[in-house]
Write a protein that binds this ligand. Structure first.
Ligand SMILES: Nc1ncnc2c1ncn2[C@@H]1O[C@H](COP(=O)(O)OP(=O)(O)O)[C@@H](O)[C@H]1O
Ligand SMILES: [Mg+2]
Length: 346
């Protein structure tokens, strides 16, 4: 993908320079312990992922549970070490960072998790949790912190009076807002949000998504937004990367991926979205069966065992990423053949 890629028409940031985050050939294999004498097998959680995010851009990573999204997010956050590959943030080799530079990276790249309790302590008052996020990076003089905490609560739409409450006194949506305030506290440039609304009621999901979209625009944040549901990311993301069994199978501007999906897996995910408008329903069959074990991924194309259009070649040959439009790529033999037919038609 070139640095000139334009994303969806509305509110799309143009990419004038270098990506803020660039991931190349990322692999994370877990060894599965099969007892003392059995050789452990390798679980291919992430199996060669390339992606980039530009400053102020929202990239959604979408795929079913088990496709490796959280493992990818945890590698990027440097919570776990990848088996192979490269992660560059703001020109720095993330995997080589130590000491002060690593602390600087942790300040600039903040997580938001599905369960806000993984970033806020259930015993602490809400204001303390947010203050702690400031303290962790020694931000601001002590006297300023109170004002800063109240300001952050206000930013995420929480009444300052909630600062004295404990998490269990809040609703799920309010707790996630506290999690977001804590993530914003050190003024990050990139937020890695792993299913930040998946645990919330649908009505609350929309509110938290709107909040994230507003913050993203106002603060020019870059967000890596992980979700298992394409519908959730339609309005918040500029680009989408669809992940299946450790690999990205399609990526493109959100608009292009929704309007003109090329990979059968993307089509199946789109079809799973309930639509009131029959014109937007997709043809073909919905997704059947379960995601295969990442211990022994299928040969050739990993999706072939569930693919409604698979051909012989899909068993033997792994499809490469092919361009279908500006910044829009997919890895599918059938889609590629269809595109070539279109080109050769008089
Ligand atoms: N620490 C771990 N040890 C072994 N296997 C793991 C570990 N973390 C994740 N996995 C496996 O890696 C695969 C991808 O998991 P995950 O990254 O959580 O996917 P997703 O977030 O898309 O649901 C799954 O098969 C999961 O069981
Ligand atoms: Mg996950």
């Amino acid at each position: 993908m070139s640095g000139q890629v334009m994303v969806s028409e509305e509110a799309a940031p143009v990419h004038p320079g270098a990506p803020i985050l660039q991931v190349t050939g990322l692999v994370k294999h877990f060894s599965t312990d099969r007892g003392l004498f059995g050789g452990g097998a390798k679980l291919h959680a992430v199996d060669g992922v390339d992606l980039e995010i530009f400053p102020g851009e929202v990239l959604a990573v979408v795929g079913e549970s088990g496709s490796g999204k959280s493992t990818l997010a945890r590698c990027i956050l440097r919570l776990i070490d990848p088996t192979a590959g490269r992660i560059v943030f703001d020109g720095q080799d993330v995997l080589a960072l130590k000491g002060r530079r690593l602390a600087g990276f942790r300040q600039q790249v903040q997580p938001v998790f599905q369960d806000p309790f993984s970033s806020i302590d259930p015993r602490w008052r809400v204001g303390t949790s947010v203050a702690e996020a400031l303290d962790a990076f020694a931000i601001g003089a002590k006297a300023e912190r109170r004002a800063r905490v109240l300001d952050l609560l206000d930013r995420v739409g929480l009444d300052p009076s909630l600062a004295g409450r404990r998490p269990h006194e809040l609703s799920g949506g309010q707790r996630q807002r506290v999690g977001i305030a804590a993530a914003l506290a050190p003024s990050p440039r990139l937020i890695v949000a792993d299913e930040p609304v998946s645990a919330l009621d649908v009505s609350v999901q929309a509110q938290v998504l709107n909040l994230l979209a507003d913050l993203q625009r106002d603060l020019r944040l870059a967000i890596l937004f992980v979700a298992h549901d394409l519908a959730v990311v339609e309005h918040i993301s500029h680009r989408v990367a669809v992940m299946y069994l450790g690999k990205i199978v399609e990526t493109g501007p959100t608009d292009a991926v929704f309007r003109d999906p090329r990979h059968p897996y993307t089509k199946a995910l789109l079809e799973a979205i309930p639509r009131p408008d029959p014109d937007r329903r997709m043809e073909g069959s919905a997704l059947h069966g379960e995601i295969p074990s990442p211990i022994a991924p299928p040969s050739g194309c990993r999706f072939r065992t569930r693919c409604p259009v698979a051909i012989g070649r899909c068993v033997t040959e792994e499809p490469e990423m092919t361009a279908f439009g500006v910044g829009h790529t997919a890895a599918c033999h059938v889609a590629r053949a269809e595109q070539q037919d279109d080109h050769h038609r008089p």
